[in-house]
Design a protein. Structure first.
Length: 441
């Protein structure tokens, strides 16, 4: 059986600090990148402004030769622009015309600045261009690494402090939790601390002492209570069929042949009921896997209804089994499925008032066979809908509370399911037993 991973503070707290350090580092790098780009643009603009001012005050020609000389001297791309004509070697992939702006701007991968030369006739602008600095250039700055190293050191120290103050005492408490109330001694707890963790450790130690002293008495009391409840329930369930057997055994002497047959049938039915009760208890105490064989569920439910017909007749309830027409077979244990059907039908008989009806029906799909049991009783109470399949839950006085629990366990052992609900519109209950079809079907 797989277990989901445990999310401990000792795991997520360091991860949170690492995430904080990573996010802070990215923010610092972004800030340094922004400052580096700003400084680079300012330096580039100052260089361009100084050379443009020199050319504006000189009488040097605005020629291609002058542009090439400036480009070699400055290590930049330099050209003049008169109207739509470019003089010099301008980089390719630039727009046909560029406005002369005093501030540099990035075009594709180039940083370009254009400055108007007022003394030129005709009007001429000089342009400077160079490749834009890559974003990774910020990592070449020593101040970037110094700032990041200081930030990482502070984050590490803060993480170590938090881990020592929080995770260590909590880990001690976590190791002690499985031993709460057990006979084993607790590990060392941080009871010397004066904060909330120390108060929690003191309270934990006191609770452990109290639970350990009460554990043995509580266990013994619970065991005796369960044994008493089981014995009371079993005695109550067996008393009624035994009384019926005794009565009809006495009536056999001097009875007519029809009365004798009726009494014998009832004795056999009540004996089967006692056997079912004993089998139910044995199955609940020592559950075993079913022995699967192909079964015709239609015939099985019809035989079960026939065995329970005397109880239904005695209760004044009309019990109608599903038609025994050809139905797909299922893989199942006949005895276990008979026990589950007996529990479900007997519950319906006990819940249905006189002159009521209980009807069984079979429905099949490509993969499953469904048996539905409908009655005209009051239906399940809200509490029964929540806890009806819990062991020892019963709203009937003296009931054992194992009928639905054992039936559902048998259904699950057959890779099926059992669900119960109230009919819509009410009144009445609807119990549905679903079993997978046999591969031979």
């Amino acid at each position: 059986m797989s277990h989901s991973p445990t999310h401990r503070i000792a795991t997520w707290l360091p991860l949170s600090l690492v995430a904080f350090a990573l996010l802070g580092s990215l923010m610092l790098v972004a800030v340094f990148k922004r400052f580096a780009e700003r400084e680079d643009r300012i330096a580039f603009s100052a260089l361009a402004q100084a050379n443009a001012a020199f050319l504006n005050q000189s009488t040097l020609p605005r020629s291609e030769q002058m542009a090439d000389q400036l480009a070699k001297l400055l290590g930049l791309s330099v050209w003049f622009q008169q109207a739509r004509q470019r003089i010099g070697n301008a980089p390719p992939n630039l727009p046909p015309t560029l406005p002369a702006e005093a501030q540099p701007r990035q075009i594709n991968t180039l940083l370009v600045i254009g400055i108007l030369l007022p003394s030129s006739d005709p009007p001429t602008s000089i342009f400077f261009a160079r490749p834009a600095r890559p974003g990774s250039a910020v990592f070449l700055r020593p101040d970037t690494w110094l700032t990041l190293a200081a930030f990482w050191l502070l984050a590490a120290l803060f993480g170590i402090l938090i881990a020592r103050r929080v995770t260590r005492p909590l880990s001690q408490l976590a190791r002690a939790v499985p031993l709460l109330g057990q006979d084993q001694p607790l590990p060392a707890l941080p009871i010397h601390r004066s904060d909330e963790i120390g108060q929690l450790a003191l309270s934990f130690q006191s609770t452990h002492t109290t639970l350990a002293s009460e554990r043995q008495r509580r266990t013994e009391a619970e065991r005796l209570a369960i044994l008493g409840r089981m014995a009371t329930s079993l005695a109550h369930e067996v008393r009624n069929p035994l009384a019926a057997i005794r009565l009809h055994a006495q009536l056999l002497e001097g009875a007519t042949e029809p009365e004798r047959r009726q009494s014998q049938q009832l004795i056999e039915s009540e004996t089967t009921r006692i056997e079912d009760l004993v089998s139910q208890w044995l199955h609940f105490a020592r559950p075993s896997p079913p022995v699967l064989t192909p079964i015709n569920l239609a015939h099985l439910q019809a035989r079960t209804c026939q065995l329970l017909l005397p109880q239904a007749t005695h209760a004044g309830v009309i019990l109608t089994p599903a038609p025994t027409t050809t139905a797909p077979t299922v893989l199942g244990d006949p005895n276990r499925l008979h026990q589950a059907l007996s529990n479900l039908i007997l519950n319906a008989i006990q819940a249905t008032p006189a002159d009521g009806k209980i009807e069984l029906s079979l429905h099949s799909t490509d993969t499953h066979l469904t048996l539905q049991i409908e009655d005209t009783g009051p239906g399940f109470s809200p509490n029964a809908l929540l806890h009806g399949s819990d062991p020892f839950f019963s709203e009937r006085e003296g009931g054992m509370g194992l009928g639905l629990a054992v039936a559902r366990e048998i259904a699950h052992a057959h890779r099926g399911d059992l669900c119960f609900q109230n009919q819509n519109p009410p009144p009445g209950a609807l119990v549905t037993l679903t079993l997978p079809l046999s591969p031979q079907a």
